[in-house]
Write a protein that binds this ligand. Structure first.
Ligand SMILES: [Fe+2]
Ligand SMILES: [Fe+2]
Length: 215
């Protein structure tokens, strides 16, 4: 698939695809070193992307089971799970068309690096999970946008559509977190923004969609 990757268009337009407040929400931009790492690993990028879509659906499903008394959360998470599974199908199809074999990959340190800070009891637990959901969606959205100028036309078109839906997911998670919290959630958002940025800018051992930079 290497030969289908195009390079070297300036990506000044990429960030204009993102919701205006998203770049303030994220404490750092994806380092250029990660973009180069991704372009060197086009197969891993798609395989791990498929994994991420599946996990996103699964996280939403687990909230559907646990918080049955919250109608807005149920409708948003049900819709989100369906969309993530549709994205999963789209990535798998794209991999098939490109002759990329789907295989198991070890998990990135990213999601676990955020979830280890989740507080034990509700409503704090749910607030933290929703805030983390917002960060994962926002970072995915930012990375799709940053990759677009370097990709072939088919993948660029697909990632443009994902920027829109993951952007909506980010907004939904953040709205649900604010709706849950008896007090303002700004301190908690700031806390996770720092943790998230550390995971993005520090060296990582394996390339993944949410990995840090090459060690
Ligand atoms: Fe998705
Ligand atoms: Fe999403």
């Amino acid at each position: 698939m290497h030969e289908t990757l195009l390079t070297a268009e300036p990506d000044s337009s990429a960030e204009s695809l993102l919701p205006p407040d998203m770049l303030d929400f994220l404490a750092c931009r994806t380092p250029d070193a990660w973009i180069a790492w991704a372009l060197d690993n086009p197969e891993l990028l798609l395989i791990d992307h498929a994994q991420c879509e599946k996990k996103a659906a699964s996280t939403a499903m687990s909230l559907l089971y646990r918080y049955v008394d919250q109608p807005l959360l149920l409708s948003k998470m049900s819709q989100l799970a369906r969309e993530e599974l549709l994205h999963f199908e789209q990535v798998v199809k794209l991999m098939e068309n490109r002759g990329i074999q789907y295989r198991h990959l070890s998990a990135a340190r990213y999601a676990e690096g955020l979830r280890r800070h989740v507080r034990a009891k509700d409503p704090e637990r749910l607030v933290d999970i929703l805030i983390i959901g917002a960060f994962i969606e926002a970072r995915s959205c930012e990375r799709f946008a940053r990759l677009i100028p370097h990709l072939d036309a088919e993948l660029a078109k697909f990632y443009r559509s994902l920027v829109k839906s993951e952007g909506r997911h980010y907004e939904d998670y953040l709205m649900l977190a604010r709706q849950q919290a008896p007090a303002a959630i700004d301190d908690r958002v700031a806390f996770f923004a720092e943790r998230e940025a550390e995971l993005i800018v520090t060296p990582d051992t394996a390339f993944r969609f949410h990995s840090g930079v090459p060690a």
